[in-house]
Design a protein around this ligand. Structure first.
Ligand code: SF4
Ligand code: SF4
Length: 169
């Protein structure tokens, strides 16, 4: 049986890690003030985020599909609240066997990935990081391989934007 037929959830991400650098090793993870509160309460540490200019300047270009994203996420100096990374680029919460944060504590953008979304709703699936050719098929997209429930994702999306609207970048 092929990997695309067998793998789900964490196993798919573990397989991903044998193929390439994963999202947890490459992505810059935006955190809301709600994320910071939840992680602080769980991890009992406060020095896990910082304000940093995005590595990719594309993040500073207004998005017509999501016109408020920039004002919600970027300060006037062009920095965003993101998780710290280790010297090799890995997320500060990544260990050899995966993320050390339980799902309900992970940053909302981590829980939502690889769904693509705007303030209006879920718009599709992002394929920037996931090795979709190796793990997904046309009949079994990455969100299904990863076992992400679409209604849970919609709840997280709504929470994400609510926290962005209520908070400061
Ligand atoms: S918080 Fe967890 S899921 Fe998110 S990038 Fe870091 S290790 Fe990955
Ligand atoms: S979410 Fe995608 S990119 Fe991230 S570890 Fe899993 S398969 Fe890899």
């Amino acid at each position: 049986m092929s990997a695309t037929e067998m793998l789900t959830g964490a196993a798919a991400c573990a397989r991903c890690a044998t193929l390439q650098k994963t999202c947890c090793q490459r992505a810059e993870i935006l955190v809301t003030e709600g994320d910071v509160r939840r992680i602080t309460a769980h991890a009992q540490r406060v020095e896990f985020f910082e304000h940093r200019a995005p590595h990719d300047p594309e993040y500073l270009v207004p998005d017509e599909q999501d016109p408020h994203w920039l004002q919600y996420t970027c300060r006037a100096d062009g920095t965003r609240r993101v998780l710290q990374r280790k010297a090799d680029g890995d997320c500060t919460f990544l260990r050899a066997d995966g993320c050390t944060l339980p799902l309900e504590v992970r940053p909302l953008v981590c829980r939502l990935y690889p769904f693509a979304y705007t303030e209006q709703g879920i718009t599709g699936v992002d394929s920037e990081y996931c090795p979709t050719r190796a793990l997904a098929t046309r009949d079994r997209p990455m969100t299904e391989v990863l076992g992400i429930d679409a209604s849970a994702a919609e709840d997280w999306r709504q929470t994400l934007y609510q926290e962005l609207r209520d908070g400061t970048p």
